[in-house]
Design a protein around this ligand. Structure first.
Ligand SMILES: Cc1cc2nc3c(=O)[nH]c(=O)nc-3n(C[C@H](O)[C@H](O)[C@H](O)COP(=O)(O)OP(=O)(O)OC[C@H]3O[C@@H](n4cnc5c(N)ncnc54)[C@H](O)[C@@H]3O)c2cc1C
Length: 252
């Protein structure tokens, strides 16, 4: 709809999928979360059961547009649209979600990391509909962090960083890190090799940040690549520090 308003899209036909039955449910089962494509983003963000197992969906999801747009915008629409600033694209990638898509002939399930190909580009075929998104359970002792920079409050992200850290025996036992707008699609960077087995203190975070030296984010009308790289460094520091603090709370 926003693209039609800007006259970027002039479709000959519009199909309203709002009344397709069975696509508007959320289930939380043993830590796994399944979200139907027609679930409104605001419903996902305010769902206490979802927030209890994946607080990142509330935290990052609340950056997706505004209260008003989240009441109409769907989870499936955000994922299928794959805007470069889509917080749900970053969070599905970070959380290792899978996305189920269907055509009249077949159904398939793709890892989020294989689904997003670039700005408004996905692995979705022209005759496929996103039907649901599945988030696997997070291991016990996991904490999350999400930070975003935008020109105005809750505006489209210029850059964002999402991180998760799991603590076992007082040290990091697994970690994940995704940057938004640092590359054409959500960029998943290996952070486990730097952090696993360590206490994630300032020195450990600086080791991670050093790996951003070669980052080459896109330059566009909103920001230069150099500015985005600086933002990625700052947002990564904050996201990792929050993820570690939240993981410590989870094991306390
Ligand atoms: C002012 C404003 C600010 C916004 N800010 C943000 C932001 O900060 N972050 C953010 O992530 N988004 C933001 N958005 C985007 C918006 O909130 C929606 O998430 C997005 O447009 C999807 O909305 P929708 O579900 O109505 O899908 P539509 O807009 O109806 O559809 C989007 C595209 O996806 C396709 N599509 C929709 N559902 C499916 C499906 N189930 N399967 C296959 N294809 C499908 C449609 O055909 C269309 O091509 C903003 C929007 C506005 C208007």
């Amino acid at each position: 709809m926003p693209r039609m308003r800007l006259r970027v899209e002039k479709p000959a036909t519009i199909i309203d999928i709002n009344r397709v039955v069975g696509l508007d449910g959320i289930s939380v089962d043993a830590g796994a979360v399944t979200v139907g494509a027609l679930v409104r983003q605001q419903t996902l963000v305010t769902h206490d059961g979802v927030a209890a197992v994946h607080p990142l969906l509330r935290e990052a999801g609340s950056y997706a547009g505004f209260h008003t747009t989240r009441h109409r915008g769907t989870v499936g629409g955000s994922i299928a649209f794959a805007a470069p600033w889509a917080e749900l694209a970053a969070t599905t990638t970070l959380l290792g979600a899978t996305i189920t898509v269907r055509s009249t002939k077949a159904q398939r399930t793709l890892a989020a990391s294989d689904f997003f190909l670039g700005p408004n580009q996905t692995a979705l075929a022209a005759d496929e509909l996103v039907t649901e998104v599945q988030f696997p359970p997070a291991p016990a002792g996991t904490g999350f962090g999400f930070h975003e920079a935008s020109p105005r409050y809750r505006d489209y992200a210029t850059a964002a960083a999402a991180a998760s850290i799991t603590i076992a025996d007082g040290v990091c036992s697994s970690a994940a890190w995704v940057l938004l707008r640092a590359a054409p699609a959500p960029l998943s960077i290996d952070v486990a090799s730097t952090l696993v087995g360590r206490v994630v203190d300032d020195a450990a975070i600086e080791n991670v940040v050093q790996s951003l030296a070669g980052l080459d984010p896109p330059t566009d009308i909103e920001a230069s690549g150099a500015h985005r790289r600086r933002l990625a460094v700052t947002l990564t520091r904050r996201a990792l520090a929050d993820a570690w603090a939240n993981a410590q709370e989870a094991v306390a």
